[in-house]
Design a protein around this ligand. Structure first.
Ligand code: DLZ
Length: 153
């Protein structure tokens, strides 16, 4: 699935790459959509049985992504859903996760796919999660991006 405006960079056959998915656990149903999309994209590129690591929340994505990068994974797909609440917590968790994942990529040289939804409400997240009726599939896109990036490294 590709959305207008999103690049379609075929990564080709990636069965030789070591690929991991790190997934936060908040907002379980929406996360199921993101995970399904990521696994579909990996399967299309012949990545068999990727390592999947579940973490408590999105704040924990960077430390585990970093550990996986140090273990030699070529591509890491980070998935999470953060929905704005009534306090500034949203900003702190979103920026810690986003900055942390960017740092993992630049400091380790691993290809990190950014599949973190930061949304004002649950409907925005559902619309982007590759669920039935969703217009977008950010899990799929993040996995494609991670593989395409790994191919350039
Ligand atoms: C605490 C918290 C809150 C309020 N909201 C979310 C969220 O929407 N999505 C998410 O992935 N995680 C959330 N968390 C949990 C934090 O990411 C983290 O797991 C906890 O603060 C414990 O470190």
């Amino acid at each position: 699935m590709s959305k207008e405006g999103a690049p379609v960079l075929g990564a080709g056959d990636c069965h030789d790459l070591r690929v991991a998915v790190v997934a936060a656990s908040w907002h379980e149903e929406i996360m199921g959509g993101l995970l399904g999309g990521a696994e579909r994209a990996l399967g299309e590129c012949r990545v068999e049985a990727p390592t999947v690591v579940h973490v408590p929340g999105s704040f924990e994505l960077p430390v585990v992504a970093g550990a996986l990068a140090h273990q030699g994974y070529d591509a890491i797909v980070a998935l999470g859903v953060i929905i704005r609440g009534g306090t500034p917590h949203f900003e702190y968790v979103s920026s810690a996760a986003t900055d942390g994942l960017a740092r993992v990529a630049t400091e380790t040289g691993a290809a990190v796919g950014f599949g973190l939804l930061t949304c004002d409400d649950e409907q925005q997240a559902r619309d982007r999660a590759g669920l039935p009726g969703s217009g977008e599939d950010k899990g799929y896109e993040a996995a494609q991006a991670a593989l395409a990036t790994a191919r350039t490294l």
